[in-house]
Write a protein that binds this ligand. Structure first.
Ligand code: 26Q
Length: 836
């Protein structure tokens, strides 16, 4: 294997940056400088006098992209030539984050780039900060897809990510008067230097209309779909460079366009405006990412988005398989492993059947066998309201042929159920792809029936999947079910975002940890070394100063980096219980106000995250946090040891500043509700201690870290179920806990809202009378455990030891480990090095 890191750039690509060749490929500082200078003239086309850091960002990005191009083409050519099996990761979201810094690390040329830019009078850090990010995801699921692409490339697995090139990503969040305000995210406004448009690679997408039967030339009865509308998807490809290897995989995102023939037809008849209208309607399909938790999200357009990217991706796969690799359809499952990232792409099951039967004339049984052997399904949620279903009316109108196919899949499947469980018609109804009321298609059932494997994303989640939402399916096909605990990429979430720690790790255990995170175990040998612990604390302190500067610039709030940074960053949702953390802050506030002279180890409470625009309770929780913050931060009796920050617009870019600066990671969801969590892993890798429930991957984090290095609190999943089954009465906790009563009373009487008793009332009312996520049931256990956190914090050395142990034992949470498990257990795909 040619390792780009080991090869001095001058030897690989020639000694000097010549006017041609090496300017595109040379990895040395001189070649990079020459390349940037070239791009400033030939791609940016601005005279030196008007150049800004943003122009340098674009020029450097183009120069870096040039350096991936040959590896990129060689990678695709290699798997085609060698007829390798390829992983296709189908996901409605890819939350890639800024690309420049990551690609510099992957190519091993950060220092060269820094030197090159310095020669041009530019600071690389300033240039890196110019990059916006493609916010093409909501949160965990989209970021997981991005981490998996990174690991697939680093592990030299042939892979393609398929998704949607939304013109507007997740909204950008501003805070006004303590409330969230949404702004459109026009991420393409300044162009995107990383993508390559491939308008020649496009596929037709049909929509609506009806089906009709006909007899083909061989005399067989067939079905034809006569669509009402036609549009097309064009591909935009982004390179995904593997760390330290030649493998450079592809992220293909589809963008919707009008079909020329449609527009032309209208134009010829003189109806110019209809042609333009057609274009606008077609392009709407990839216009905007839907937020999760959006009650309005069950809309036709969302179904069209899903079908749109799924059919383009499957047509692309079949096109490569048949016309570029010249393989028979029967070999499909041997050459492609297609993974469904949640149910969002699950229409793929019906679409592949349609393509194989209607377009490629296969028999039903052959087509079904190929389909099931090709797909794998990953489930990311147990919340019943988050399990996707589509009203039959919408579905049948939009995808009439698919509805027919789903009925047929269902009929054959239910026959199998009846054969396996004779006389159990209840079971048949529960398992049907069509809901019991006959009103909706159940996409999770379709994905399960159409895949050879089903996996959850953490051990607990996978167990609950088998015992709750997919229980019947597990009883029928136990061998289909498995677990792959999520992971995160150490390149982005350690090397790139925590350069101080990266250096310390390199010095202490050598650089091998970047591709083998289990090497972090080696840190344990240094725990007893006071000098090592001092360096450990210094790095954390520097990261906290960096975050404090950013907090000051974006909120005006000043933080002291010697305080404990206690952080909860994630989407705002009642099940994640940001309001539980707020109740703790209010309890401390109450103690400081009622016990003058009380000493509390100083803490900064830092929140970040977006609420779905239509999720009113979540938006009110943001208001609660900001209201408490305003009161706490302004009160000299309190702000001597408490500060509260709500960091606006939490995204991948701000995440880079947050995780490395945290002392305490808040993972406090109601047990059984968070499928896995991945932020919990990013904190752990960066040396934060966790306070958390036994939920999602927290269970495994605690196992790895050791119970003594994890602050556990709260009810278990079984206890939660029991409490809810026995008629939970939240008021009983208020009655038996005077401090909790006082805390709720402070909110209710307007202490944080300048006497306004209405603004936050819905939160208090909901907690006291309903409390669907058992905030009050876990309150006392949480607050008491927090007191212990404060006590341990006072013992600097004890805290440092625990912090080092957390990082040292975080190796399991690398996405490299997760991808190796997917490859071995689900995809059957091995490594394949790419010669240059
Ligand atoms: C569905 C229908 C209509 C509109 C939007 C949606 C939609 C979009 C995104 C539903 C869900 C999502 C995203 C879910 C998500 O991020 N889930 C998280 O996945 C992580 C990776 O596995 C887990 O770690 C988290 O526990 C899980 O919440």
């Amino acid at each position: 294997m040619t390792d780009v890191r080991d090869a001095p750039s001058s030897q690989v690509n020639g000694a000097a940056a010549g006017p041609t060749g090496q300017t595109r490929t040379g990895l040395g500082a001189d070649a990079l400088r020459a390349a940037v200078t070239d791009h400033l003239v030939y791609s940016i086309a601005r005279p030196p006098a008007v150049l800004t850091p943003e122009h340098y960002y674009r020029a450097l990005s183009l120069a870096v992209r040039d350096r991936m191009q040959k590896r990129w083409m060689a990678t695709t050519q290699n798997w085609l030539d060698l007829s390798a099996k390829v992983v296709c990761y189908l996901s409605a979201e890819f939350l890639m984050g800024p690309q420049l810094g990551n690609n510099l690390i992957a190519l091993g040329i950060e220092e060269q780039a820094r030197a090159a830019m310095a020669e041009l009078g530019q600071d690389l850090d300033v240039i890196l900060a110019c990059e916006g990010e493609p916010g093409l995801g909501n949160g965990g699921l989209g970021r997981l897809a991005a981490c998996y692409l990174d690991s697939l490339a680093a592990l030299e697995r042939p892979a393609v990510g398929y998704g949607i090139r939304y013109e507007f990503g997740i909204f950008s969040q501003e805070i006004s008067d303590g409330w969230q305000v949404e702004k459109t995210d026009n991420w393409l406004a300044h162009g995107n230097p990383w993508e390559i448009a491939k308008p020649d690679a496009s596929y037709q997408v049909n929509w609506g209309g009806h089906t009709e039967g006909y007899t083909d030339v061989t005399g067989r009865r067939r079905v034809r779909w006569v669509p009402q509308r036609v549009l097309k998807g064009v591909s935009y490809d982004t390179p995904v460079q593997g760390y330290g290897v030649n493998t450079c995989n592809t992220l293909t995102l589809w963008s919707a366009r009008a079909v020329e023939s449609f527009a032309l037809d209208a134009f010829n008849t003189g109806d110019f405006y209809r042609a333009v209208d057609e274009e606008v309607i077609s392009e709407t399909v990839s216009k905007v990412l839907y937020p999760n938790d959006e009650p309005e999200a069950g809309k036709r357009l969302r179904l069209l988005q899903q079908y749109f990217f799924v059919t383009c991706s499957l047509q692309d796969i079949l096109d490569i398989h048949l016309h570029r690799a010249h393989r028979p359809l029967a070999a499909l499952p041997d050459k492609w492993a297609i993974q469904l990232n949640d149910t969002h792409p699950s229409i793929a099951v019906a679409e592949l059947m349609r393509l194989l039967i209607d377009e490629h004339q296969l028999e039903w049984n052959t087509a079904w066998d190929l389909t099931v052997r090709t797909f794998g399904y990953t489930n990311h949620t147990l919340l019943p309201e988050a399990l996707e279903t589509w009203p039959l009316s919408i579905f049948g109108e939009a995808l009439p042929r698919h509805l027919e196919l789903i009925y047929e899949i269902n009929a054959r499947f239910l026959d199998e159920v009846r054969a396996a469980f004779p006389g159990d018609e209840d079971r048949v109804r529960r398992m049907s792809l069509i809901s019991e009321d006959g009103q909706t298609v159940r996409m999770a059932h379709l994905a399960t029936v159409g895949s050879h494997t089903v996996n959850g994303v953490a051990a607990l989640h996978s167990e609950l999947l088998k015992s709750s939402v997919l229980k019947d399916f597990h009883e029928m096909w136990p061998q289909r079910f498995g677990n792959v605990t999520n992971g995160v990429t150490p390149r982005r979430f350690l090397a790139l975002s925590n350069p101080g720690l990266r250096e310390l790790l390199d010095d202490t255990i050598g650089p091998g940890w970047m591709t083998n995170l289990d090497r972090l175990k080696g840190l344990e040998a240094s725990i007893g070394d006071p000098e090592f612990r001092r360096r450990w604390r210094e790095i954390k302190r520097a990261n906290k100063s960096r975050l404090a500067e950013y907090v000051h610039a974006s909120t005006g709030i000043e933080l002291d980096p010697t305080w404990m940074f206690d952080v909860q960053v994630k989407r705002i949702h009642e099940y994640k219980r940001q309001h539980l953390m707020a109740l703790h802050i209010i309890a401390l506030y109450h103690r400081l106000k009622t016990e003058p002279g009380l000493v509390i180890p100083p803490r900064a409470f830092i929140f970040g995250g977006k609420a779905a625009p239509g999720y009113h309770m979540a938006k009110r929780i943001i208001k609660l946090i900001n209201a408490v913050g305003e009161t706490v931060n302004a009160d000299p009796e309190v702000n001597r040891c408490l500060k509260v920050v709500f960091l606006p617009n939490f995204n991948v870019k701000t995440a880079h500043l947050v995780y490395p600066a945290a002392n305490l990671s808040e993972q406090i969801s109601t047990a059984g509700k968070e499928a896995s969590g991945t932020g919990n892993m990013k904190f752990m890798i960066n040396g934060a201690l966790t306070i958390g429930t036994l939920d999602g991957a927290n269970v495994e984090i605690r196992q790895e870290a050791g119970a003594e290095n994890f602050f556990l609190f709260g009810l278990t999943e079984e206890q939660v179920a029991e409490v809810q089954a026995n008629g939970y009465r939240p008021l009983s906790h208020v009655e038996s806990d005077p401090e909790l009563a006082a805390v709720l009373e402070l909110i209710a009487r307007g202490e944080f809202t300048r006497g306004d008793t209405e603004v936050l009332r819905p939160i208090v009312d909901n907690l006291v009378h309903h409390d669907p996520f058992l905030v009050l049931a876990d309150y006392r256990s949480y607050v008491d455990r927090q007191a212990e956190v404060s006590k341990v914090w006072l013992d600097r050395d004890a805290w440092s030891r625990m912090s080092i142990r957390n990082t040292a034992r975080s190796g399991r949470f690398s996405s490299d480990r997760a991808i190796q498990e997917y490859c071995a257990q689900i995809w059957g795909v091995g490594p394949m090095s790419v010669p240059l």
